[in-house]
Ligand binder design. Structure first.
Ligand code: BDP
Length: 702
């Protein structure tokens, strides 16, 4: 009787187990299908390796852990398998039919003489191969007759953490910093290892650990000790650490009179500091620099250029493998200018003057991580400079941690854009993977969305954006649907119908978000400072280009920023083919229309509606679509873990409330210009513009 009770208790506890999301996509829960488990088990009877580097050992351990969880059996690891079959061989080798086509970090998986061989030229390649094999099992793929050859398209696949020494995270929406600086180097939080595993599983091989608005403190011996401890944890997972540096450090830290990059003492200071860092972290990745941007110090403070600053650091890095990542996110406060053009204009004369060790990191669009931006005009216009991509995974302008927005389609839209730099097919992806101009260094960075929250990203679906970023950095030709399918199968649901529904929800989520926030190519209308919720009426700020009216330019005639003529002419920064695409308001895609044109409220668009009616349609429809997402999610209840289900359900409710906030704020504000009623069948909002303006206080945002 007692035994029966225990069994019953175990049964109940297993079935009520709530998933707190902490295991991300590496859940390794026992596969329910016994037959399927047996098939996998027969192919994974042992694990062996031919070279015991720490990274290869990591790979073997990960496989062991994965098999134990997924297949419910402990598999032994040994050096050299002998004549056994039915196992996994991890093999570092320089040649061989599959290995010849591999570059650093690439891997091949094939069946050979009754075993599955994961081969690579480097230990990290073996690690990525091991995770690929596990992913195949997690997503229920067959392991028979495997022939996978996979090379990363981009060399440095990196997360940028905007984490501060005091534990806060700039634009972080998932708790506080995951780095426990006060505990380091003495205590290693086990989450660092989970973090490393998650990154390695999607091919991320670099992390800058502190905010780009950088404190010099990170270069002190005290902090280098701490960063070394982090680097030691990440190293066996193939991840190299970068530090964001403050350009004024020679003065603030070194006591010098200047930080002028051409001053010999300043150069010596950086040379010595770089050497010192390498004593702590021999495989140091390099520096990430935000200079002369939003008040940060930089070479222009001394009448020098970005290239002078970057090249000085590159010189300090010369004896080592590391590199210098120099951000192109710069803009001056010129009320007569157009911020769209600032970075291009500051950097264009410097093309060809940067040291090969420098990568200029460019945000995907010309303004600032807006939900939809045309690709940055620097892509395709700097043939002699290594250009890297900077995406924002943390959803500063994309609903932060309450709105469900799957970002892979946004990343893809930018990567797949054609710059026409060298004729048709010169995509942004080819610029940043180095293939268009045969550059050796290539980079894709993503501003991380990780924090101290148990599930890392607050919104369970935000995990998918971290996942998608890594997968696309590895292979930008993957489709958003493919990536979503993988992620769903590994995290949320095994049931096919449920998977399909969730994928559809994810694929529709970004267009829905854009619809009730920034339709038709509007931009930068969010609340001041906190960047949450709408504030299209914002007309005064520290700088004109921090207001909303600077961007939407609403007046009694129409809406949108004329970048064809007028003060801007920004469209001319693009190649003629691109100009043709966006230059004519009759032909310009509605997605980008108001980025480039000031369109009359009464103008009939390709949809048959006037601009005003179309705008209203999108705002109202966006809200309805959120409600539909809620209904879909409700229908998935029996198929989803309870805790995750309730978590998402609650956030969708907030999303609905805030979609309404966006809708009412924008239509009530723009109607003051159009003076045209909201078209039927939509009903005029029940609250007034003044009431909506007060919401920012009611929601405690200000
Ligand atoms: C902006 C953020 C700000 C960052 C800046 C940057 O609001 O917090 O410091 O980007 O990228 O979008 O440097």
């Amino acid at each position: 009787m007692f035994r029966k009770l225990i069994i019953l208790f175990l049964f109940i506890s297993v079935n009520t187990f709530a998933d707190d999301g902490s295991r991300l996509w590496l859940k390794y829960d026992l596969l329910k299908d016994v037959k399927q488990r047996e098939v996998y088990a027969s192919l994974t009877k042992h694990i062996s390796f031919n070279e015991d580097s720490p990274i290869v050992i990591t790979a073997a351990n990960e496989l062991q852990m994965g098999f134990e969880g997924l297949l419910g059996k402990k598999v032994l690891i040994s050096k050299n398998m002998g004549s056994k079959t039915g196992g996994i061989i991890l093999e570092i080798s320089a040649d061989g039919p599959n290995v010849q086509n591999l570059i650093e970090d690439g891997f091949a998986i094939h069946s050979q003489k009754g075993n599955i061989v994961i081969s690579a030229k480097t230990p990290s390649g073996v690690l990525y191969g091991a995770f690929e094999l596990l992913r195949n099992i997690q997503t229920g793929k067959s392991l028979n007759k495997l022939t996978i050859v996979s090379n990363p398209k981009v060399k440095i696949r990196m997360l940028n953490h905007w984490d501060n020494a005091n534990g806060t995270v700039e634009r972080g929406y998932a708790g506080s910093s995951m780095w426990k600086w006060t505990e380091l180097p003495f205590r290693i939080d086990p989450r660092y290892i989970q973090y490393a595993r998650a990154n390695a599983s999607i091919g991320i091989n670099a992390a800058s650990i502190n905010n780009v608005n950088a404190s010099s403190r990170f270069l002190t011996p005290e902090y280098l000790e701490k960063i070394k401890a982090v680097a030691d944890v990440l190293r066996p997972y193939g991840i190299r650490v970068f530090i964001s540096v403050n350009f004024r450090s020679p003065r603030t830290l070194g006591g010098l009179k200047t930080s002028d990059p051409l001053d010999p003492e300043v150069r010596k200071w950086w040379n010595d500091k770089t050497k010192e860092i390498h004593e702590y972290i021999p495989d140091f990745g390099g520096f990430l620099v935000k200079a002369n941007s939003e008040g940060e110090p930089g070479p222009q403070d001394y009448g020098r250029t970005h290239a002078d600053g970057a090249n000085m650091l590159a010189e300090a890095m010369r004896p080592f493998k590391g590199i210098v990542i120099w951000r192109a996110f710069v803009y001056n406060a010129d009320p007569k200018g157009d911020r769209f053009k600032e970075a291009y204009e500051q950097f264009k004369p410097l093309d060809g003057t940067f040291d090969p060790k420098v990568i200029v990191q460019v945000k995907n669009g010309p303004i600032d991580f807006m939900p939809r931006e045309p690709f940055h005009p620097m892509f395709g216009a700097f043939p002699k400079t290594n250009l890297g991509m900077e995406f924002q995974i943390t959803q500063e302008y994309l609903g932060q941690s309450t709105h469900l927005t799957y970002l892979a389609p946004m990343f893809k839209e930018c990567l797949d854009s054609d710059t026409f730099a060298k004729g048709k097919g010169s995509t942004v992806a080819k610029v940043i993977d180095g293939s268009l101009e045969s550059h050796q260094n290539s980079l894709m960075a993503g501003v991380a969305n990780t924090g101290s929250d148990v599930n890392w990203t607050a919104h369970p679906f935000n995990q998918a954006n971290w996942y998608a970023f890594g997968r696309l950095a590895w292979d930008h030709s993957l489709t958003s649907e493919q990536i979503a399918s993988e992620w769903i199968a590994m995290t949320l649901a095994k049931n096919k119908t449920a998977q399909d529904k969730i994928r559809t929800m994810m694929m529709q989520s970004l267009p829905i978000y854009i619809s009730y926030t920034y339709p038709l190519g509007t931009a930068h209308m969010m609340g001041e400072g906190h960047h949450y919720g709408p504030e299209p009426w914002l007309a005064k700020s520290g700088r004109p280009d921090w207001t909303s009216v600077y961007y939407h330019r609403a007046d009694s005639v129409g809406l949108g920023f004329d970048r064809i003529g007028g003060i801007s002419n920004a469209l001319t920064l693009y190649k003629p083919e691109v100009q043709k695409l966006w230059g004519n308001p009759e032909q310009c895609s509605l997605d980008y229309l108001l980025w480039f044109h000031h369109v009359a409220w009464t103008k009939k668009l390709s949809t048959g509606r006037t601009l005003w009616n179309e705008l209203c349609f999108r705002y109202y429809d966006g809200v309805e679509q959120v409600k539909k997402m809620e209904t879909t999610w409700e229908s998935l209840k029996p198929k989803i873990d309870k805790e995750t289900f309730e978590n998402v359900k609650g956030r969708l409710k907030i999303q609905e409330k805030e979609a309404l906030w966006w809708r009412d704020a924008c239509v009530l504000y723009f109607i003051t210009y159009t003076k045209t009623p909201i078209p039927a069948p939509f009903l005029h909002p029940t609250r007034t513009l003044d009431e909506v303006k007060k919401l920012v206080e009611i929601y405690h945002l200000r």
